[in-house]
Write a protein that binds this ligand. Structure first.
Ligand code: HEC
Ligand code: HEC
Length: 451
């Protein structure tokens, strides 16, 4: 009986507000003038939310935070991208090479004429000059080119470089060009090879205390979809997979090893990884045994005297945070999993397999302090030991289907979801049958399953 009553009440409210609306319109006969929304009203909140999303999106997609001083200024990546024929050095970076490195092209940034030319094969994808044209159009996802007198004088990078991809919708069969998918992990991107493409790694060599060859060996060892965010803290080399940056609302600690909240990590990355210009404070890094490089270089207390006018990061953090939390994990395409098996897997997940004890639905991580010791999930402690709490964060599982490349767990040690389930089956002695394990896998592929 409660449901129909509630429905009736809602209809009642509906009619009442319609009447109010009619009354309001009825009296408003003069010139339409939109007053500023009343402070604290729903309109006021919506206006704030809309603006914050828009600002945050701009930052996520296009803001370099001034990091071109590092990527262009210090590494001189612009020179090897342009190539000798375009005022740089070496052969240059052709679009074909760029796509091979996993860089993505935003089709919406291309003018119609260029789209046509690419579709008809009239654009030379082997010519670095074409890459420069794409950079001028701001069409390379996560990379900004700075031009002076027609020459590429610097480059900077954005969050979107690693945490966005495209839907490959531009030309069937041609990967890497399409509409932006913000928050998706780019598991094609070879970050190490991109940095290795730079002619001058002396700042990195100095920081890490390595020879040029050693630095380049580290970078080329990572492979696609991986990056080592802790390299510049401890000098070790254990790259992790690029995780998605969507589906994080309601999730307490971020990163594979739970460094902090989303906004902690945003500030961390913008300052210490991208080398933007800002202020950062994390005294846990002042530990010369665990984080020798960070401790020696004052990363725990970065730029304490930076004037507010020169801080290119802190003023962006609120909107960036807001935008990221708004990015929801996308639902899988219909037909990409076996729905009946997934339903059985759903039962197992919170029943016999006990997955829901940690991956608590619908967040799929624990509400609270969502970390576990390595022994609690049956893996080694190498990466956990490189983080403040020496633990692994319970990975939120929504949108797993978007990153089936590169494997699972922080370092991709399990090639498939079945390997993950088999690991848990052994380690927790769950005694799942092969059919049950398959059902669990189909369930994992179905997330987020909103009904
Ligand atoms: C060079 C590639 C790269 C860039 C650029 C990058 N990230 Fe990341 N991001 C990573 C990797 C790798 C991790 C995992 C790090 C770890 O766990 O140690 C990560 C982790 C994260 C997480 C945690 C996700 C989770 O599952 O909890 C967030 C949030 C995030 N990044 C946001 C950003 C933002 C915002 C920016 C821009 C300011 C950015 N990232 C730039 C590679 C990148
Ligand atoms: C004791 C807590 C705990 C339990 C129980 C647990 N998990 Fe996990 N799960 C974790 C942690 C922690 C990680 C992160 C491991 C890492 O990063 O190396 C993880 C990672 C995963 C991943 C990898 C996600 C990715 O993006 O790479 C999958 C898939 C997963 N768990 C599924 C399951 C399933 C299915 C079950 C039940 C059979 C289960 N988990 C039970 C804590 C748990």
């Amino acid at each position: 009986m409660r449901q129909p009553l509630r429905a009736l009440a809602l209809i009642g409210i509906g009619i009442a507000s319609l009447a109010l609306l009619v009354a309001a319109v009825g009296t408003n006969t003069g010139v339409v003038e939109r007053a500023a929304p009343v402070l604290g009203s729903d309109d006021d909140l919506l206006e704030h939310a809309r603006r914050s999303l828009e600002e945050g999106k701009q930052t996520f997609r296009f803001d370099t935070f001034g990091d071109e001083a590092f990527w262009g200024g210090a590494l001189k990546l612009n020179e090897t991208i342009a190539g000798e024929e375009n005022g740089g050095s070496g052969p240059g970076l052709s679009p074909t090479m760029a796509l091979q490195l996993g860089l993505k092209v935003d089709a919406d940034a291309l003018p119609a004429s260029l789209k046509n030319d690419i579709r008809r094969g009239r654009v030379d994808l082997e010519d670095p000059a074409t890459t420069l044209a794409l950079l001028r159009l701001n069409a390379v996802v996560g990379v900004t080119g700075f031009f002076e007198n027609g020459q590429l004088v610097s480059v900077g990078i954005q969050c979107a470089l690693c945490h966005s991809t495209v839907d490959d919708s531009f030309v069937p069969g041609m990967a890497g060009i399409g509409r932006r998918l913000d928050g998706w992990a780019n598991r094609d991107l070879d970050v190490g090879q991109i940095i290795n493409f730079a002619p001058d790694l002396s700042v990195l060599n100095e920081l890490l205390g390595t020879t040029d060859q050693q630095t380049r060996d580290v970078l080329t060892s990572w492979g696609p979809g991986k990056f080592d965010a802790e390299l510049v803290l401890d000098g070790q080399n254990h790259p992790t997979l690029i995780p998605p940056a969507f589906g994080l609302a309601g999730v307490n600690l971020g990163t594979w090893t739970g460094w902090g909240s989303v906004t902690h990590w945003n500030a961390f990355v913008a300052n210490l990884e991208m080398h933007g210009v800002g202020r950062f404070w994390d005294p846990r890094l002042n530990d010369a045994t665990r984080f020798p490089i960070a401790a020696a270089n004052g990363f725990a207390n970065l730029n304490p005297d930076l004037s507010p006018e020169d801080d290119r990061i802190t003023p962006k953090l609120a909107d960036l945070h807001f935008y990221q939390l708004a990015l929801k994990a996308p639902a899988p395409p219909p037909g990409s999993f076996d729905a009946e098996a997934a339903e059985r897997g759903d039962e197992l997940f919170s029943g016999k397999a006990r997955c829901n004890q940690c991956h608590v639905r619908p967040l799929f991580t624990e509400p609270g302090w969502n970390l576990h010791t390595p022994a609690e999930v049956g893996i080694d402690d190498v990466q956990a030991e490189r983080s403040p709490d020496r633990r692994y964060r319970t990975t939120p599982l929504n949108g797993l289907w978007t990153h089936m490349k590169g494997g699972f767990f922080h370092d991709g040690r399990f090639a498939t979801l079945l390997d993950v389930v088999e690991h848990y089956n052994d380690y927790f002695e769950l005694v799942l049958s092969p059919e049950e394990m398959n059902d669990l896998v189909e369930y994992l592929k179905s997330l987020p399953n909103e009904d």
